[in-house]
Design a protein around this ligand. Structure first.
Ligand code: FAD
Length: 307
């Protein structure tokens, strides 16, 4: 039997590239579920899959373990998230070295949220990297060449204005960032305006929109503001009355995200980063709608041709 080889539909899916973001699991059950998700999304041939990183050593081990497993058991290119929170420069440099040793070549460099909780003032470690730009420089010093950083179409909540926010992005690019991935957003005009501002500031790296398929509207509504993202009234209206109707909720989520992505494609966007991924169905369905699919394997194609 032929080795399966996946190809894209010869339509919009040929132009669009997707990546997915996963949380490192905390329990064996969650790990099984993550693995189901990874296996389901793998045939979509994402550009890369990223694994997030939390504060403290335990998540660092989890991120490293999952990234290693992705390398060993899939054909996917993993990107490791990394933050500066509660770690000295030497500790962060060690983490970078262990990722590089594991064969990781892609990174997502982040300052991270204050360990006292989002909304409190960020206190860098006394001997630590203080922001995404310093971490990006550290990654580049150790030889990383594919470094994504964050970007905020509605600006980061700590930034007093867009100029300060975009200045930080510029510092990250000057330090070696090759791609920015945005915080999730729902108003494509906000994204477009932000990209215009960024280009005017002389920043030319790809600004990849972060797309959040809404698995649970209540939860998203509760944390969105703290992350620098707003939920427009029209999005809230679409989820009205669906708290206890999971099936309709999922259908509406797929429709909202597909509408957003298709509109961005119309505006010329070709790269999309989907997160956060605890279940595959929603993202799989959205990818299907935008033409990103595992169509047929070589084996299936030749069987069909023979028939
Ligand atoms: P930076 O880029 O260093 O700074 C963010 C903004 O804060 C800047 O734009 C700047 O304007 C402002 N700022 C920073 N310092 C100052 C200052 N001294 N004075 C004035 N303004 C300042 N968090 C995790 O813990 N783990 C993850 O894996 C993770 N992954 C993420 C992936 C993406 C794509 C995104 C968008 C966010 C992610 N986060 C993650 C959340 C992120 O850690 C938080 O948003 C954090 O608050 C900021 O990190 P940063 O890298 O954006 O910070």
């Amino acid at each position: 039997m032929n080795q399966p080889s996946f190809s894209r539909r010869p339509d919009i899916g040929d132009r669009v590239r997707v990546s997915f973001e996963f949380f490192p699991p905390k329990t064996p059950e969650m790990e099984n579920r993550l693995w189901d998700t990874v296996k389901r999304l793998e045939p979509l041939q994402p550009h890369f899959v990223s694994v997030t990183y939390g504060a403290g050593g335990s998540t660092r081990e989890r991120t490293l373990r999952i990234v290693r497993r992705i390398i060993a058991e899939t054909g996917l290119a993993p990107a490791a998230h990394l933050t500066c929170v509660d770690a000295s420069r030497a500790e962060v440099d060690d983490v970078i070295a262990s990722f590089l040793q594991a064969g990781v070549t892609r990174f997502v460099a982040l300052r991270g949220d204050p360990s006292a909780g989002v909304g409190s003032a960020y206190e860098p470690h006394a001997d630590g990297y203080t922001n995404g730009a310093e971490l990006t420089a550290a990654l580049q010093r150790q030889g990383a060449t594919d470094i994504s950083v964050s970007a905020y179409p509605e600006k980061h909540p700590e930034s007093p204005d867009f100029a300060t926010d975009i200045d930080m992005l510029k510092r990250k690019v000057d330090a070696g960032a090759t791609r920015a991935i945005t915080q999730f957003f729902f108003e494509n005009d906000d994204y477009e305006r932000y990209v215009e501002r960024v280009r005017k500031a002389g920043i030319y790296i790809p600004i990849v929109p972060g797309i959040l398929p809404i698995e649970n509207f209540r939860q998203v509504a509760n944390f969105a503001g703290r992350t620098g993202a707003t939920i427009p009234a029209w999005v809230a209206q679409r989820f009205e009355g669906l708290d206890n109707d999971r099936q309709t909720h999922a259908l509406v989520s797929a429709a909202v995200a597909a509408e957003q992505v298709l509109d961005l494609v119309e505006r010329g966007v070709e790269d999309f980063h989907f997160y956060p991924m605890s279940r595959a169905e929603l993202s799989f369905a959205i990818c299907h709608l935008i033409g990103v699919r595992p169509v047929e394997t070589a084996a299936v194609v030749s069987e069909a041709e023979a028939a």
